[in-house]
Unconditional design. Structure first.
Length: 161
């Protein structure tokens, strides 16, 4: 079993690591340091390490407007995929979503990330929307699933998001 360490983004070093992973995996929508700071005020941002090696990041967007839907986005750097890290990081995000009162989960995958899409589909997500950001040519895919009871996620999948 891999010893994944997940830390809440707190300060410049965490924001820098989170931004690095996000911008590498989502090159069509790179974020500035200021944009990451702003997001950290609205969402739960975490970074993931194995030992001292950065392997991924996560975003949990809390439910809004009285709806019981949270968004959990787990990202694993390509060179660290297929090791179960995505599964561990995703389970961490689901636990946070539960704490926030979520009953349903959304996730977002860039269409050019087939591993991430397979990861989401293997966990029961279904596509609900595809959209392009202004000026982009690669669509984002929004997917949604019901929130299973704690511990029901299992260790299926490859950790490829």
């Amino acid at each position: 079993m891999v010893d994944l360490r997940v830390e809440r983004v707190d300060g410049e070093a965490g924001q820098r690591d989170w931004r690095y992973v996000h911008n590498l995996i989502i090159p069509t929508d790179p974020l500035s340091a200021d944009e990451v700071r702003e997001r950290a005020g609205r969402h739960r941002l975490d970074v993931a390490y194995v030992g001292d090696v950065l392997v991924g990041c996560m975003t949990v967007r809390p439910p809004e407007d009285g709806t019981p839907v949270a968004t959990v986005i787990a990202r694993i750097l390509p060179e660290h995929r297929e090791r179960g890290l995505g599964t561990l990081l995703y389970a961490h995000g689901l636990a946070q979503a539960r704490e926030l009162g979520a009953e349903r989960i959304r996730t977002v995958v860039l269409e050019s990330n087939p591993q991430g899409l397979r990861f989401a589909l293997a966990r029961g997500f279904v596509e609900v929307e595809r959209y392009l950001l202004p000026g982009d040519s690669v669509p984002f895919i929004d997917l949604e699933a019901g929130l299973k009871p704690a511990g029901a996620e299992g260790a299926r999948g490859s950790g490829s998001t």
